[in-house]
Design a protein around this ligand. Sequence first.
Ligand code: PXP
Length: 259
Amino acid sequence: MTQSPHVHLRLGVNIDHVATIRNARGGRHPDPLRAAHLAVEAGADGITAHLREDRRHIADSDIARLKSELTRPLNLEMAATPEMVAIALRHVPNACCLVPERREERTTEGGLDVVGQKAALVPVVAELKQAGIRVSLFIEPDQRAIEAAAALGADIVELHTGAYCDRAAEDDARGTAAEAERLEKGARAAVALGLEVHAGHGLTFNTVAALARMPEVVELNIGHFLIGEAIFGGLHAAVRRMRALMDEARFKASGRVSA
Ligand code: PXP
């Protein structure tokens, strides 16, 4: 068996749904920034927040506080609109992950149409990069999308794991394996084109290992499941367990034995 060098797999914790709960009542509790600090304490390498056009969870003031107080990189998820680009340029997060956004959707459905929207994305990617922000594109693990992302000059592709997690939730073993293979193939193709590979959407304790085993994937962004688990056992415990599952799968895949 060939041994690949172990590369630390970063965990980005998405705190959007702490804000969802806060906004259900208005006021300040629970505070997403407090959750971010706790997630970092528990082993998160970065924090992800999605500032949606309709501000249904994260607010502009959350982004300002996260940016000024976080001790880890901030990954700002956003639509590629002039309003969001202006906000990103004001706060200069470590990275911006461009996602498709429709007002009526419950969560980000599907990846960005990088092929169809190439002309609109060119100036957005260029402007963000010029400001020193790393640019990530949230895409399906499809060859054409990966090639288009590379041609656009993106630094990173975040591969959409939603279909893989859906098949797993349906106990569809063949479908799950097929989606995992599609992600793996996509990750390899992206690295071959010089892109950094992240992945996320819908990941849980049960689905994270397959992604953690892929040496090309260097960051996972996980939100909804962790915030949901926090109800039962606390956020610190949920993040620590996710971190441990990721590390264990990674160590095993690299031919090393976890301590
Ligand atoms: N990555 C991206 C680009 C996303 O849009 C989301 C959802 O906001 C996530 C990761 C996290 O997904 P989940 O909340 O299902 O873990």
